[in-house]
Design a protein around this ligand. Structure first.
Ligand code: SF4
Length: 926
């Protein structure tokens, strides 16, 4: 952009300092504009040997200071040791939160050259200055506890006492740091400002050029003024007359103030484009936070053409949108220049560490058990799944099958798997966590083979963090608790970013708000233009009361608002196409649209008739892609998985699943992708079947082979309450009380259903009970032409006998569509409309194979229509004979051949109604 701020500054600087640039130092608020400014100088013909020295302000200060800036976590430990002198009982965890607050206050005190003694010494007088000052102070909860209810002055006294310690600690910390030749950032700012002003530091360069500053701390102001006084500084403000000349505009607050205070050689390059230039502003409301990323993808497509890639910026006011934005960008976006880096906390690998931290947090030391959700979170993690560990698969199945809520270490050890041994153990000390994390990292690293992948880069970051924490633990003369270690680990991960790419200056720029300083674009997309983000709101946490901060010239949240206003309006001043995207869904965790949107809608068109503002909304659902049909060819892996399944036997529900939806069958039965919810703690309707089966089994316990009379069944009915109690104890031992509290109605329903079933049995009595819950006894070989031996299996709920006819009983929790089993229906209709009858007849077929010649009937107890009693599925009540089962056998062959047919691909269900309840509907986008 020809008239960009940095181009204008480059031209002006060249006009003033040609031939002398080499001895100049150029200082920016951050590093990002350096490359742009260098480009501008080269473009205006500055040879490489004439190029000046560049710094960000932070680097410039650190270069002049005599002490080395130290990392915040190291500082915190130094401060903690000093603090222990006053509160020897205090532990690091308690100290952590407000130690950080203390450091932030100390930093401000020095950056703003506040007389610390004056501020900190006369604390008892503060209360007289501001009667209600206590209410203004952000106080960490840990500090306030325990309050002494008998002492009404407790809080006040504790506060005074702590202020005195606060003052001492400030001086102690500085003395300690100096002794070690270390400093926090504010300390270096103060040192450089005071030494420059006193002449103790002699500036070596001819001219210091400060470019693009807005809010200056007192130390920065002193440094610049000192250099101006020595005719050694230029300061270039980047601002527009629209907000500079208008006192009402907060965005001009700092530059108005500093430009008038800093006297001397001070060139002005203000633009007047907000009030004069042609601008197209589109304001776009989108429901939900992530919806903004999707809207961005659509809007980008409309505005992009190859010519404007380099002068287009996507600005994330909330950087948490980075990942959704990366996924939503259209293909034609091309190379991006991403300056913010990929947050380590969003890496897939962090998911494993997070799950491990939760695993330890929820560990039950008394029972040596882990919580099922934490165990499953680890086992279902994509990187862990890649290990193909058999123990992990078996453990997942066991948890789901047995509905285990807490899983004991002994139970897990029974699976004989090195992977399970690695993850599931109690970790009680910092040294153990260190070892544990290293082992996990090493094991998971084996699974990531793409060296260029984000995950591989993430491994290096995690390795670095674990090493840093190990070094930190070693350097302390007290042992870090497990809690502290994990807190520091999370803090470090939160601050780490994986560098995303090399520089692509010709690509679209994707950046945070602060990185936009000094840089101009033709087209900007700003996301999250909402209150609470732009501006951030009243979030200034400090131990120093608001009034004291004000009177000592320390920044408060008022200044923060002015800062955000400047960043926002500055971005608008030279852009011609401005797209402001905001979350229009207030009340769902989102704040309303930013005040800046209201301001520009109301005031800007009055000041500038060339501004076109449109305001539109997206409505839900917002999809970036339309769902395409998924068709998958059956390949070797499919057949291998079926072969593996066949070893334990093919069940009727396995076969039916294919006919409900072949794709769901593939995901669930072949690939074993976990469903959304594997274990339920609350007895949801779809899980009460388990309880019902168990209750029925308990009710008839000890009666196998007996003739059941009405009286016997009545007796069993009378003890249903006790039986239910026994069942709850057996199935949900650790959660029984919880279930009874939360799900008493469902428990009651199961009891009523069992009661009704027993009543139906009374009507059927007398009959002989042959067996119940017959498992895998009928693993039956089945011959399918052209295929290896197939095995069929099933669990028969109940077998009874009356008048020489054996009855197969199946309890069904779902709706039962059809009654009679119609052998003549074609296979697809049979499976669709006669699914329940097919499953029951399947059990009959298994029983017939083991007991040829037996006259068989099959009946369903439909729990949704329990009052109707048993439904016989034999046509005209006629018992099934050998001929019927031969027809069934043919049908079954044809059904199995369909599942195994390589030429028939795996497709999605035609009936989309079932998709709403499918665990994989996010994959199908249905
Ligand atoms: S969402 Fe629908 S089509 Fe996709 S797997 Fe599930 S049931 Fe099948």
């Amino acid at each position: 952009m020809e008239d960009s701020f940095l181009n204008l500054v480059a031209k002006d600087v060249l006009g003033r300092l040609t031939g002398r640039l080499k001895n100049c130092v150029v200082i920016f608020p951050n590093k990002r504009p350096i490359a742009y400014f260098l480009d501008a100088l080269v473009q205006y013909g500055v040879p490489a040997e004439e190029v000046p020295t560049f710094y960000s302000i932070e680097d410039f200060i650190n270069e002049l200071a005599t002490t080395k800036q130290v990392e915040n976590i190291d500082l915190l430990f130094i401060l903690y040791k000093l603090y222990l002198k006053h509160y020897p009982e205090s532990d690091f965890d308690e100290f952590f939160g407000w130690g950080n607050l203390m450091l932030s206050d100390f930093d401000d005190i020095d950056r703003y050259l506040v007389d610390a003694d004056k501020l900190l010494k006369n604390v008892s007088a503060v209360k007289d200055l501001e009667k209600n000052f206590m209410a203004d102070v952000f106080m960490p909860e840990e500090f306030l506890m325990p309050l002494n209810p008998d002492d009404e002055h407790y809080l006040e006294n504790r506060f005074r006492e702590t202020w005195q310690i606060y003052a001492k600690t400030y001086h102690d910390l500085k003395a300690e740091l100096k002794k070690q030749n270390l400093a926090y950032a504010g300390m270096n700012y103060r040192e450089v400002a005071e030494k420059l002003a006193s002449g103790a530091i002699k500036p070596g360069a001819d001219t210091y050029i400060f470019i693009g500053f807005n809010a200056l701390s007192k130390a920065e102001e002193t440094i610049i003024q000192t250099l101006i006084n020595q005719n050694k500084a230029l300061i270039y403000w980047d601002a527009d007359r629209y907000y500079i000349d208008n006192e009402r505009e907060d965005s001009g607050h700092f530059i108005r103030k500093h430009a008038s205070q800093l006297s001397g050689y001070n060139p002005q390059l203000f633009t007047d484009q907000l009030a004069k230039a042609r601008k197209n502003i589109e304001i776009i409301g989108v429901p939900l936070h992530v919806g903004q990323a999707k809207a961005l993808g659509i809007e980008l497509k409309k505005h992009l053409n190859q010519a404007n890639y380099g002068s287009t910026a996507i600005v994330l006011a909330d950087e948490n949108l980075l990942v959704p934005v990366l996924y939503a960008l259209p293909e034609e976006t091309g190379m991006l220049n991403i300056t913010s880096g990929y947050p380590l906390q969003m890496s897939s690998l962090y998911g494993i560490f997070q799950a491990c931290i939760h695993l330890q947090d929820n560990y039950q030391p008394g029972h040596h058990s882990f919580y099922h959700k934490d165990v499953l979170a680890i086992l279902s993690h994509p990187i862990v799944r890649q290990t193909n560990d058999n123990g992990a698969k078996l453990l997942t199945e066991a948890i789901q099958l047995n509905q285990l809520i807490y899983i004991s270490e002994t139970f897990i050890n029974g699976f004989d798997s090195a992977l399970l041994n690695l993850f599931f153990k109690e970790i009680s000390s910092t040294a153990q966590i260190d070892r544990w994390f290293r082992e996990i990292l090493a094991e998971m690293a084996n699974q990531v083979t793409d060296l260029e992948s984000m995950e591989n880069k993430a491994f290096k970051n995690f390795d670095g963090i674990i090493n840093q924490l190990a070094a930190l633990s070693k350097s302390q003369d007290f042992e870090l608790s497990k809690k502290t270690y994990l807190r520091l680990f999370k803090e470090k991960v939160y601050l780490s970013k994986i560098p995303l790419s090399e520089d692509h200056p010709d690509g679209i720029q994707l950046m945070g708000m602060l990185e936009t300083r000094c840089i101009d674009f033709d087209t900007v997309f700003i996301l999250s233009v909402n209150e609470g983000i732009l501006p951030a709101g009243n979030k200034h946490h400090s131990y120093i009361p608001f009034d004291l901060r004000k009177s000592f010239g320390l920044p408060t949240f008022d200044e923060q608002d002015n800062l955000y206003a400047y960043y926002f309006y500055r971005l608008l001043q030279r852009s011609s196409q401005i797209n402001l995207i905001y979350n229009s869904e207030t009340g769902s965790g989102g704040e309303e649209k930013s005040r800046y949107i209201r301001q520009i809608e109301y005031f800007l068109p009055k000041a500038n008739p060339n501004v076109m503002i449109t305001h539109r909304f997206y409505s839900l659902p917002l999809k970036t892609q339309t769902a395409g049909k998924i068709i998958i060819k059956k390949e070797e892996a499919y057949f291998n998985a079926l072969k593996a399944k066949n070893k334990t036997g093919i069940s009727p529900s396995f076969i039916s699943a294919y006919y409900i939806c072949p794709l769901q069958f593939l995901f669930n039965k072949v690939m074993n992708l976990p469903e959304k919810e594997e274990v339920v703690e609350d007895l949801e309707a779809r899980h009460f079947g388990l309880l019902f089966h168990a209750l029925m089994e308990r009710s008839y316990e000890g009666l196998k082979g007996e003739m059941l009379t009405k009286e016997i069944i009545e007796q069993r009915k009378a003890r249903l309450v006790l039986d239910m109690d026994w069942v709850l104890d057996k199935i949900h031992k650790t959660q029984k009380e919880n279930i009874l509290q939360k799900n008493s109605l469902l428990v009651e329903t199961v009891k009523v259903l069992a009661e009704k079933t027993l009543e139906a049995d009374i009507l059927h009595a007398p009959f002989k009970l042959i067996d119940m819950e017959v498992r895998a006894d009928y693993r039956m070989p089945f011959h399918l032409p052209g295929f290896e031996q197939i095995y069929l299996k099933g669990i028969i709920d109940r077998i009874d006998e009356k008048d020489g006819i054996t009855r197969i009983v199946d309890y069904k929790t779902g709706a039962v569509k059809s009654r009679d089993f119609n052998f003549r229906l074609p296979e697809t209709e049979l499976m669709k409309d006669n699914k329940e009858a097919f499953q029951t007849i399947f059990y009959g077929y298994l029983y017939h194979h083991a007991n040829p010649g037996v006259k068989l009937q099959a009946a369903i107890m439909p729990l949704k229509e329990v009052v109707k009693g048993y439904i016989k599925i034999n046509e005209n009540d006629r018992p099934f004979g050998s001929n019927d089962f031969m027809v069934f056998e043919d049908k079954l062959k044809s059904i199995l051949l369909t599942i195994l047919a390589p030429e028939k691909p795996v497709i999605q269900a035609e009936d989309q109604n079932i998709c709403a309840y499918c665990s994989y509907n996010n994959i199908c986008m249905r």
